[in-house]
Design a protein around this ligand. Structure first.
Ligand SMILES: Cc1cc2nc3c(=O)[nH]c(=O)nc-3n(C[C@H](O)[C@H](O)[C@H](O)COP(=O)(O)OP(=O)(O)OC[C@H]3O[C@@H](n4cnc5c(N)ncnc54)[C@H](O)[C@@H]3O)c2cc1C
Length: 384
């Protein structure tokens, strides 16, 4: 069993770390100022310039196949790069990627949706959740009715990330009598969005479809097979959620250690107290555990193995870990941790989402338990 990276992989990791430290982290004070004044976190032009700079150094389409101009570094390096980017709360990501579900499109759909999204010319959003169907995603009510060569969509989606900015949506609707089907729907076909304020900094949106007419050729995948399509593709990328959180947790733990070494109480630095040391130790143990569970899930994807069970474990563990670590880091900072002078409270609010979206903690536990009970996953086998 070899845990080492090749020299090239190490170089990529180090280059990303230095890019994040030199180019992205300096924006942090401005991001805090902007967000607290209700402005966009970073000027879109600044983000565009950063991405262009990164592209020049080859950081473009990290996990995008080479035939689409990507770097095709694979799931393990994608996870490692996400860990590095997660070290900052600046809403930055390298350009050149698209929701993986779009690779299921026809050649024509790839030209109209996938490639422009990779190139950053179009923005997408993924809409399955409805006011009456979250964890119970099979219960969606949005309807698609055939009318000649078109489908007419009616219904409402909620909590859709990027829904305010997207110019097309991958929306899941029940196409009678076939079942749940995914449609690619341009904004100018007539759907509307309304931002939803949340405790985090980037709000999702509610989407309304009222007699939205969509041509037959805009069905993504097969008629009636939308649910399986969504679950298969979401499952493939789920390890990226804990990956980013690992970077955030590590950076915050570093801040807590630095603070504990200088903050004095009752005649000594708080780093001398066992209560503080235990919080530091527990955090590092949990971060390391999350790291290896995440890399294992990414490895399964890279080997073409079924990664759904491993990804559920990694997502559940990573989300809980990040919330425990940020809570301890805030505690170690005392009253300062609770202020808006430091970014900890911001991370606290942002990381809380991880236990809810892309399958809540409870749904991941349900999946893990059911896999074991039904024999889809087995205990105690390493390497299979
Ligand atoms: C900021 C944000 C961004 C999001 N982005 C997107 C997006 O881009 N696209 C999209 O489609 N959706 C998105 N979502 C929706 C998200 O996936 C759902 O909120 C999530 O799946 C939970 O559904 P729900 O909110 O309806 O909660 P519910 O399903 O109503 O759950 C309520 C509680 O009951 C528990 N529960 C439910 N069923 C069970 C069960 N069978 N067993 C045990 N416990 C159960 C849940 O774990 C939870 O604790 C986003 C949500 C948020 C908050």
């Amino acid at each position: 069993m070899d845990f080492s990276l090749t020299p090239e992989e190490r170089q990529i990791r180090d280059t990303v770390r230095s890019f994040v430290e030199k180019e992205v982290m300096p924006l942090e004070p401005e991001v805090l100022r902007n967000e607290r004044a209700g402005r966009p976190a970073v000027d879109p032009e600044v983000l565009r310039d950063l991405r262009a700079k990164a592209r020049k150094s080859g950081f473009w389409g990290i996990n995008t196949p080479e035939e689409y101009g990507g770097a095709a570094l694979g799931p393990i390096m994608s996870a490692i790069i996400a860990m590095e980017i997660g070290r900052t709360f600046v809403p930055f990501s390298f350009g050149g990627s698209a929701d993986n579900i779009l690779y299921a499109g026809t050649d024509e759909q790839k030209q109209r949706y996938l490639i422009p999204t990779i190139e950053g010319e179009r923005r997408s959003c993924f809409a399955i959740t409805e006011p009456g169907a979250g964890s119970d995603a099979r219960n969606i009510r949005t309807r698609a009715t055939r009318d000649g060569s078109e489908w007419v969509l009616n219904g409402e989606k909620t909590f859709i990330t990027g829904g305010s900015e997207a110019d097309f949506v991958m929306v899941f609707a029940v196409a009678e009598p076939y079942g749940v089907t995914c449609f690619l729907v341009d904004r100018d076909m007539g759907w509307k969005s309304e931002p939803i304020p949340t405790m985090g900094e980037w709000g999702p949106a509610a989407l309304v479809f009222q007699d939205v007419r969509v041509p037959e050729e805009n069905i993504l995948g097969e008629l009636g097979k939308g649910f399986e399509l969504a679950m298969a593709w979401i499952g493939q990328g789920r390890y990226m959620i804990p990956a980013r959180a690992i970077g955030s947790a590590e950076r915050m733990l570093g801040m807590a250690i630095d603070y504990a070494k200088i903050r004095k109480s009752m005649g000594q630095t708080i780093s001398e107290y066992q209560a503080i040391q235990w919080m530091i130790a527990d955090s590092q143990v949990e971060i390391e555990a999350a790291k290896w569970l995440t890399l294992y899930a990414a490895w399964r994807v890279s080997e073409g193995m079924d990664a759904r069970h491993a990804s559920s474990i990694a997502k559940l563990n990573g989300a809980v870990m990040a919330n425990q670590v940020v809570d301890r880091v805030l505690q170690i900072h005392g009253g300062m941790g609770y202020t808006k002078e430091l970014p900890i409270e911001r991370w606290y609010r942002e990381l809380r989402l991880l236990r809810i979206f892309e399958g809540t903690d409870e749904i991941q536990k349900r999946t893990i338990a059911r896999n074991l009970i039904k024999g889809h996953a087995r205990l105690g086998l390493i390497g299979e």
